[in-house]
Design a binder for this molecule. Structure first.
Ligand code: GLN
Length: 472
């Protein structure tokens, strides 16, 4: 069968239109994506597994493999969950189904969403569609690369410290990390529960808003969720009049930001001004000095607790042992890769008696100051802007052996995550032929403002976000 639609360019909104107008059946649409996957995913490895029209055909969607899907293997990129097929759907997966979406497959992720490149996946890395020698970012690199390569119209990721925003930046997608508490985590494999958020990755800001509308809102099964204070609006304006954009001095001063990234970022701010926005500077000194170390105490501490449940009894494969203790030890030794082990050790140490106050307690206090600093910035500005990632996509292998270099990928995305704030990545240009992302941060529940700003910039920029090597 020849391809009926160009999945590289088709937005989810257009796909919905085609099906509604009966120009294409949902089954044909689903088949077109499976065909694209068969053609290109051998090289890119964005999917861990695909599904043939699970639950009847609808508008296709890809879900990061940390999201439980009933009867479909869900591994979180770990060997310790190999073969585990949940007996229930995560609330976000159920909401997608209820909205008429059909699961295309489960996308690759760093093991337990720990990483910035997918190189920590137990099943091998995904590759960047713009240059397969480079990483797609992480941990949600599978979803981002799939959307960018036309292997899914849109998808869901999860973001603890940047795992939606950073891969979206590196692959040239729009990605939203929603306000903490607006999207259910019920059935989502937990990494660091005070930070984890599920959110959409798509080709356009409007698609992102549409998907956020589907997944957000109070869920009785997740007591951390709330109802949105206002309905999600699909943005359609072209101007930014009256919008006050704050640029954190300490963020743009970071030496780690590549010149090409800085240029694209500066150009997008100039464009925002042309569209009517007022751009000014603000100060977030603690956020960019202490955000990263603060995160790398809190996230591993929570992870060490969350990962305690993988004991060979409840999920996945079990190693043999003479005693219960030996069985658990061997199962965890074989099942976990280096990065989860590193974080379990770091986190257990930070939480241990005698050190708790010096590390975990101190990090929590710093976190409160970071929350305060952001709140003060939003007294003067509607949104904050930084580059999303200090660099463009880096070569596979470049940082894999250096955990600290990998951690630094999230220097710019982490502070607002600690503060529970929403962040939107909007592609803002190319550097060395690779996508650069603009990060827009808003106060709690300001997703509509982010969508409005992101949409106006996206329209004015008019970038072609199909990876150059895949254009026909
Ligand atoms: N790269 C960061 C980490 O490794 C963030 C990951 C995430 O957001 N899940 O923790």
């Amino acid at each position: 069968m020849s391809t009926v639609v160009d999945t590289l360019r088709l937005t989810a909104e257009e796909a919905i239109g085609l099906v509604e107008r009966r120009e294409l059946s949902a089954g044909e649409l689903h088949a077109a994506y499976l065909e694209a996957i068969a053609e290109r995913d051998g090289e890119l490895h964005t999917y861990l597994r695909t599904v043939d029209e699970a639950g009847g055909p609808g508008i296709p969607i890809a879900l990061k493999d940390v999201i439980s899907t009933r009867g479909v293997e869900t591994t979180a990129g770990s060997r310790i969950l190999a073969g585990y097929a949940p007996v229930f759907d995560a609330t976000v997966a159920a909401r997608c189904k209820a909205a008429g979406l059909s699961l295309l497959g489960k996308t690759n992720t760093d093991e337990f969403a720990m990483g910035s490149s997918t190189e920590n996946s137990a099943y091998g890395p995904s590759r960047n569609p713009w240059d397969p020698a480079r990483v797609p970012g992480g941990s949600g690199g599978g979803t981002a690369a799939a959307v960018s390569a036309g292997l899914a119209p849109w998808g869901l990721g999860s973001d603890t410290g940047g795992s939606i925003k950073q891969p979206s930046a590196l692959c040239g997608n729009v990605g939203l990390r929603p306000t903490y508490g607006t999207v259910s985590r019920f059935g989502v494999v937990a990494f660091a529960s005070s930070l984890d958020q599920v959110g959409p990755v798509a080709k356009t800001v409007r698609d992102t808003a549409l998907l956020y509308r589907i997944i957000s809102g109070r869920d009785p099964a997740d007591s951390t969720t709330v109802e949105l204070p206002a309905p999600v609006e699909l943005p359609d304006g072209e101007r930014l009049d009256g919008l006050r954009i704050g640029v954190p001095r300490q963020a743009v001063a970071l030496e780690a930001i590549e010149p090409g990234v800085r240029e694209a970022f500066d150009r997008s701010l100039a464009l925002a001004e042309e569209l009517g926005a007022a751009v000014g500077e603000c100060d977030l000194p603690l956020s960019f000095d202490y955000g990263l170390p603060c995160y790398y105490l809190i996230a591993p501490a929570e992870a060490s607790s969350n990962l305690a449940r993988y004991d060979g009894v409840r999920y996945g494969p079990r190693s043999e042992g003479e005693t219960y203790r030996e069985m658990v030890e061997r199962t965890r030794d074989h099942g976990f890769g280096d990065e989860p082990k590193r974080r379990i050790m770091l986190g257990t140490y930070a939480l241990s008696a005698g050190y708790y106050d010096a590390y975990y307690g101190q990090a929590q206090r710093v976190r409160t100051l970071i929350v305060r600093e952001h709140r003060e910035a939003f007294e003067r500005f509607d949104v904050l802007a930084t580059p999303t990632s200090p660099t463009v996509a880096f070569p596979i292998g470049e940082k894999a052996a250096d955990p600290l270099a990998m951690y630094a990928c999230d220097l710019l995305t982490i502070p607002s995550c600690l503060a529970g704030l929403p962040g939107l990545n909007v592609p803002c240009g190319l550097s060395e032929g690779l996508p650069v992302g603009l990060q827009l941060i808003g106060p709690q529940f300001a997703e509509n403002t982010l969508f409005r700003a992101g949409h106006a910039l996206e329209q004015a920029l008019g970038l072609d976000l199909v990876p150059e090597r895949l254009r026909t």
